[in-house]
Design a protein around this ligand. Structure first.
Ligand code: SAM
Length: 233
């Protein structure tokens, strides 16, 4: 049972304003030529536009309910996606691909370096030599924590979020409620330096670390957008 099962029908209205990353991932997918793997595909917020562009997407997610919504959304758009139930740490993929993506901070669902390295190692193995791993994560700044700590905020009409930040453990306990549905999930963040170190331990070369999806350089703000490459030889 995944914490996302309970909010699968709420996820799209909850994330309705998150659109800034779609063109970025589409550009990366086009550049790769596909096929691509999306780890934590969710309801297809990214995968459906990529599929609509003719890119073959293998989507992995541990939440069956999210995958059901994704399949419905893809069918409505006339898109075929290859959706598979599985874990980020052991993705059920035997194919080798030129691009793996993990959008919208899904890696923050990994709480230990062991788990993070499992995902990074599995991803490295999925890639052809020279293939890329593209993902985004965040680390909150003090102002964001102060503004949102333990407050109910209306993120979208009728959909509320409650964040409890633990700065010493570097975890966020996020509760989402709306439309009589709700869930609580735990996320764990790292500094950009720690992500860099883990990527290198997993055998990646780092091609870019942007501060936003417009490819502007990272300047110490909350978000980082990574392009890592499996070395060619
Ligand atoms: C923030 S959502 C991102 C969904 C989609 N990529 C997007 O950009 O909208 C995180 C997704 O990761 C999935 N997820 C969380 N932990 C997972 C795990 N251990 N294995 C596979 N999927 C997982 C959740 O079910 C959810 O669909």
């Amino acid at each position: 049972m995944s914490s996302y099962d309970a909010i699968a029908e709420l996820y799209d209205p909850w994330s309705a304003s998150v659109v800034e990353d779609v063109a970025f991932y589409l550009e990366e997918a086009r550049r790769s030529g596909g096929p691509i793997v999306e780890l934590g595909v969710g309801t297809g917020r990214i995968a459906v536009p990529l599929g609509a562009d003719g890119i073959h997407v293998i989507g992995i997610d541990s939440s069956r309910a999210m995958l059901e919504v994704c399949a419905r959304r893809a069918a409505l758009a006339g898109v075929t996606l290859d959706l598979r139930v599985g874990d980020l740490r052991e993705p059920p993929v035997t194919e080798r691909v030129p691009l793996v993506i993990c959008p919208f901070r899904s890696l923050l669902h990994m709480h230990t370096d062991e788990d993070r390295l499992s995902v990074l190692g599995a991803t490295h193995d999925l890639l052809v030599p020279g293939g890329r791993f593209v993902f985004d994560v965040f680390a909150p700044d003090a102002a964001d924590i102060a503004q949102t700590q333990a407050r109910w905020l209306e993120r979208e009409p009728g959909i509320f979020e409650h964040a409890v930040w633990d700065e010493s453990e570097r975890t966020l306990t996020l509760t989402i409620r709306g439309d009589e549905r709700g869930t609580t999930m735990a996320l764990a963040w790292l500094s950009p330096g720690e992500w860099r170190h883990l990527l290198m331990r997993a055998g990646f070369e780092i091609e870019a670390c942007y501060g936003w999806f417009d490819r502007s350089p990272y300047r110490g703000r909350e978000d980082t957008v990574w392009i890592a490459r499996r070395p060619s030889s």
